[in-house]
Write a protein that binds this ligand. Structure first.
Ligand code: C5P
Length: 414
């Protein structure tokens, strides 16, 4: 719930602005108060009157209006909010945010604010993938702006690809995740003070500059675990291979390609209490990746590819020593003899727990929303019922908290 939370919604000029009307309704249903700032271009897509009717508050747009500035200056608009949401976040407003422009009320508020900012990009796929936008988003992420979406799909411009604004309910969920951790009472944050690293998604091993070895991991399970640990108060670094899903709000995401980079990012996180290796790391990489594209020549036999083993991140993090995390959790994706192989894997890798999941194509785990897992520890094997990946994540995070967290009674007494 968002009871009592104050959201400043900045509506920029994109066709997705119509979804912002629904967003206001959803936020208010959850108990939030919504105040809107609209850009000049935004007002071409939705009317200030609609925003005003749905938010039941006045709508701010004019930087130089005597009444707007005297009644509610740009600093006050930011002060009065718990969170700023830019939806739709067009290529244009992202560029203005990245360069620190303050050319109208919306951008001035964004420059003046010290509150968390969530942007929901919406634009044509070519604009989203343009090097300028990629660089702007990277800059904004580094400065702490959170992003939700964009999603893949058909767009108003008759193209297909990433660029559709996230749905209102997804944006509401991201807002709740950003605002909820601070809101939770201490007894609901049993992992406060604990540091966690979660690996997620596939890795990508270069054969040459244009070809690579990878797999179908979507990152959904690993990302959900990172979010669940953060929701229980842990300080989480998510190390993600290339995935099509958004960075979860409320934690740090480091993007990598290869297994070597993934291991380096895990080690760079420093001393941690919890490691969850949910990534589907490629077992092998090209022994000698070519520096330029391997050419196909007429009459030439197909080249052979020499492979070499990747570092085993789970086994490396599980090695005993003063730096070993208190709890290391691995995953076992198996198509047959699931539990027996997972028990064996726990021993071989030296980790504490293994979450074993069936990835035979009949189980639909890769890329799907649900997962059937078994938790294997020194105590034995627990069979969990089939659950949504988010629920598997919550249950696993709860178990981790039980194992490591401060006793609930002590936390409640704070
Ligand atoms: O050996 P296998 O790939 O089946 O083990 C799966 C577990 O090991 C997963 O937790 C995966 O994240 C981790 N792993 C790893 N580095 C590798 C291979 C697997 O961290 N190179």
């Amino acid at each position: 719930m968002l009871n009592g939370k104050r959201i400043l919604l900045i509506v920029a000029g994109g066709i997705a602005a119509f979804k912002s009307l629904e967003l206001i309704r959803r936020l208010r249903e959850r108990g939030a108060a919504v105040r809107c700032v609209i850009t000049d271009a935004g007002a071409r897509f939705v009317t200030p009157l609609s925003l005003q009717a749905l938010s039941e508050d006045r709508v701010y747009s004019d930087m130089f209006s005597l009444t707007d500035e005297s009644e509610m200056g740009h600093i006050q608009l930011s002060r009065d909010a718990d969170l700023l949401v830019v939806a739709p976040a067009t290529a244009n407003i992202l560029a203005r945010m990245a360069t620190g422009m303050a050319d109208e009320l919306a951008t001035t508020v964004l420059l003046a604010t010290d509150k968390p900012v969530l942007a929901a990009p919406a634009m044509n796929v070519r604009m989203w993938t343009h090097a300028a936008t990629v660089a702007n988003v990277e800059t904004l992420r580094r400065r702490g702006v959170h992003f939700i979406g964009p999603n893949d799909g058909a767009m108003a411009c008759n193209e297909f690809g990433p660029g559709r604004m996230s749905e209102p309910e997804e944006i509401v969920a991201a807002i709740e995740a950003m605002l909820a951790p601070a809101e939770r009472p201490p007894q609901e944050r049993p992992l406060a003070g604990k540091r966690a690293v979660v690996t997620s998604g596939p890795t990508r091993e270069a054969i040459d500059p244009v070809r690579y070895i990878s797999n179908h991991s979507s990152g959904k399970q690993g990302h959900a675990i990172a979010s669940a640990l953060a929701a229980l108060g842990a300080d989480v670094t998510l190390v993600s291979g290339p995935v099509a899903i958004a960075d979860p709000p409320g934690l740090r995401t480091v993007h990598v390609d290869s297994a070597d980079q993934m291991l380096a990012a895990c080690l760079a996180a420093g001393r941690i209490d919890i490691a969850v290796c949910a990534a589907a790391v490629a077992d092998w990489k090209a022994a000698r990746p070519a520096g330029s594209k391997i050419k196909k020549k007429a009459g030439m036999a197909p080249p052979s590819l020499e492979l070499t083993a990747n570092p085993d991140i789970l086994a490396t993090l599980s090695k005993s020593g003063p730096q070993r995390p208190a709890l290391v959790v691995g995953f076992a994706a198996e198509t047959e003899n699931l539990v027996a192989n997972a028990i064996d894997k726990r021993q071989r890798k030296g980790c504490d727990w293994i979450v074993a999941n069936d990835v035979s194509s009949a189980a639909g785990t890769f890329g799907g929303e649900r997962n059937t897992v078994h938790l294997i520890s020194a105590e034995g094997v627990e069979d969990w019922p089939t659950m949504a990946k988010d629920d598997v994540a919550l249950r696993l995070a709860g178990r981790i908290a039980l194992q490591l967290g401060r006793p609930r009674r002590a936390a409640a007494a704070e």
